[in-house]
Write a protein that binds this ligand. Structure first.
Ligand code: ADP
Ligand code: MG
Length: 682
């Protein structure tokens, strides 16, 4: 079995299983070895079900008095139900579409069930619990269980078995890094780290394995960017872009004046664009700091100098929003500058007419999603490219956009808060600008954490804000009802909410499974205040700007990472009115309230992400990514910031001795294979 053999070389993996693995992006043996657990589980000691453990994952030992029953629910699910007894307490168990389990039970016997304890009309309940014999359970309790991302039809057990099999038959090469680096750092060897990351004997081992893998990922990432920078950094500036009076005139027409921080960044960009070399600049500014207008003003100078510029956004919703804003700004300016838009969902005829606009106008301002870099599109007069919400793109995508022109200037914008030192390492030779100041008219967002018992009060508040003419976001974790979790879903929630408010308010619904055109429609309706409430999954997280929205209510807030909550909170507080963030905590665990309370203490995204990690339990720590930045498989820039600095120093030392890796041909090929299977989340 070779690393690149297809997964059906594993015994027992047939056509059906192969398809399911493919769905998860797993095609080869190597893919399966790198398909890391999402989290880990240690089965707890069986406990007595009581009110305090409602909402938590527990194990209950109990006797089954009668055989389980099978029936069909109103929405056509096959339901298997049983009741277990422990002294004078009982727990009702239900499974969906799992009738085959029926024969695994023997009435009168004792079993152990693992699942989330719920309470329904005074009865304890568990849905979809895992079932074990006491002997089997005691055996499992000794182990740390890897939990994988799954897809319908593919069980955790099957992934686990296949991974074990792959490790058994596949030989891994431990010589990946130069000897002196291996020696100096004394990490766990690669093959051992890989295996330990799937099947750890202890959390200590897991931490060691993680260190190695995180270090390695960052090492290759930094090595690659340093090697590329050497080519770009010294490219001469082929353009003559200057600052124009018309840009200042337009600025004076805006309904607001620019903040000091915005002006400072604009000064820096002016110098960049007229400098001797092409520029690469990172603009970091927390959510709502006003990065869009800065991008626009830079693009305006480029257009007035007779060149094209392009801005790439990670989602259709955001690209369309930029297009609308930019068109309005151009109209306000009274200048004759065309604006073009490219998104994946546009009709071929629309794309064609946009392309004509670009071809015929050397001063065109271009906006788009990654549709900009696909489909063989070419832009010949590109003087500046900007990526918005940089962290949603891979480095290679950014480079692809700039390769559409002849060494254009590059600006990337990001709201992911990282300290300057980390930014310098990750973005290499890029100059870093920070917009630290929020526009003066902003009031700090008021945040509260509430429990289910306060739902009516929260809805009353929502209703009052709508009466004042404002709008409300409500975020749910799921798109539709799930058999395995109790979390709120957008589909049912919208209906329930409409019933609650008796149809008084217009409610929009948005989620990632909708077609781009539908999403655009829903978002437009909200932006134009045709709807009052937008019930959505986290798809609104990125960049969306509706200043009239003043309430962000997040259901099952305990299920989200705090960095994500911080980004969501940033969708409000974008206008002059006081804004609010309501976090609904559906967990009864103290640890969860403590974690959510961090959101009350700070508005600093970096602090929030770090504190979140400190409070997580060991099993929780793994697989938690506070930012999608660079889409590392294992590494997280917050959690592994020490390894990041170490890797950076090691790369620098190595390149000083061997700038083109001529002395390390093996390292060059390992780097290439690393880059080949790096994946990007879009
Ligand atoms: P982000 O930095 O998160 O991308 P945006 O660029 O979307 O933020 O700006 C958020 C809102 O603030 C927009 O409505 C924008 O027009 C407005 N805005 C930008 N700069 C200022 C300013 N100096 N004063 C007041 N409002 C501003
Ligand atoms: Mg933005």
């Amino acid at each position: 079995m070779e690393l690149l053999s297809p997964i059906d070389t594993i015994k027992g993996v047939g056509e059906k299983t192969t398809k399911l693995f493919n769905k998860l992006g797993v095609y080869t043996i190597e893919d399966i070895l790198l398909f890391f657990p999402r989290t880990y589980l240690i089965y707890p000691n069986p406990s007595k079900p009581d009110k305090d453990s409602v909402g938590s994952l527990i194990s209950v030992e109990g006797r089954l008095k009668t055989a389980p029953k099978v029936y069909r629910s109103r929405n056509h699910l096959d339901i298997l139900s049983a009741t277990i007894y422990q002294e004078n307490t009982s727990v009702d168990l239900v499974w969906f579409n799992s009738n085959y389990l029926k024969n695994s039970f023997e009435p009168g016997k004792v079993y152990i069930f693992y699942g989330r304890l719920q309470e329904d009309n005074g009865h304890f309940k568990m849905s979809q619990p895992l079932m074990f014999t006491p002997e089997k359970y005691m055996q499992l309790k000794e182990q740390i269980m890897p939990i994988y991302h799954l897809t319908k039809g593919l069980s955790n057990n099957l992934v686990l078995k296949c991974t074990k099999e792959a490790f058994e038959h596949c030989r891994l090469d431990d010589n990946r890094l130069p000897d002196e680096i291996e020696k100096k750092n004394a990490f766990m060897p690669y093959s051992q780290a890989l295996k330990t990351y799937h099947f750890p004997d202890s959390f200590d081992d897991l931490v060691k394995a993680r260190k190695r893998l995180a270090y390695e990922e960052m090492f290759f990432f930094i090595l690659n960017s340093r090697l590329q920078e050497n080519n770009i950094a010294s490219a001469p500036n082929n353009f003559s872009i200057t600052h124009h009076k018309e840009t200042d005139d337009f600025t004076n027409l805006l309904p607001f004046s620019l903040t000091g921080a915005q002006l400072k960044v604009l000064e820096e960009i002016k110098l960049d664009l007229s400098g001797e070399y092409v520029t690469q600049r990172l603009i970091q500014g927390d959510v709502g700091s006003g990065k869009t207008i800065v991008a626009f003003l830079a693009m305006l100078d480029v257009a007035l100098s007779g060149y094209q510029s392009a801005i790439m956004a990670p989602t259709e919703v955001l690209a369309k929003q930029h297009y609308k804003t930019f068109c309005e700004w151009i109209e306000l300016s009274g200048l004759d500058i065309p604006v073009a838009l490219f998104t994946g969902s546009m009709k071929a005829s629309e794309k064609k007419s946009m392309q004509r606009l670009v071809d015929e106008n050397d001063n065109c301002i271009i906006i788009g999603t990654h549709a900009l870099i696909s489909e063989g599109r070419e832009f010949y007069k590109l003087g500046l490219v900007i990526t918005d919400e940089q962290h949603r793109f891979g480095v290679q995508q950014r480079d692809k956009l700039s390769s559409k022109g002849n060494n254009p200037h590059i600006i990337v914008m990001s709201a992911t808060p990282i300290p300057r030192t980390l930014a310098m390492i990750l973005y290499g030779n890029m100059h870093v600008s920070a917009i630290k100041e929020l526009p003066a008219n902003r009031l700090p967002i008021k945040t509260c954490v509430i429990k289910e018992s306060m739902r009516n009060t929260a809805y009353k508040f929502v209703s009052d804000e709508i009466t004042k003419g404002h709008q409300v976001y409500i975020i749910c974790p799921l798109v539709e009802a799930s058999e395995t979790t109790e979390a709120q879903n957008v589909t049912d929630y919208s209906k329930k909410l409409d019933e609650y408010f008796k149809g008084k308010y217009k409610i929009g619904m948005l989620h990632g499974k909708m077609k781009p055109a539908e999403k655009n429609q829903v978002m437009d309706a909200f932006a134009n205040h045709e709807t009052d409430i937008l019930v959505s999954t986290t798809v609104v997280e990125v960049g969306v700007n509706v200043p009239n929205a003043t309430v962000m209510m997040i259901e099952n807030a305990n299920r989200f990472g705090l960095a994500a909550l911080h980004q969501l909170r940033g969708r409000v507080g974008r206008g002059e009115a006081q804004s609010y963030c309501i976090l609904m905590n559906s967990s009864s665990a103290d640890r969860e309230s403590e974690r959510l309370n961090i959101m009350l203490k700070s508005n600093d995204g970096f602090y929030i992400a770090k504190e979140d990690l400190k409070l997580r339990g060991p099993g929780d720590m793994f697989g938690v990514r506070q930012s999608g930045e660079f889409s590392f498989r294992v590494a997280d820039i917050y959690q592994d910031s020490d390894e990041l600095e170490l890797a950076s120093a090691d790369v620098d030392a190595l390149l000083k001795k061997d700038p083109d890796l001529e002395l390390n041909p093996k390292l060059r090929s390992t780097l290439n294979s690393f880059l080949a299977d790096q994946f990007y989340v879009l």
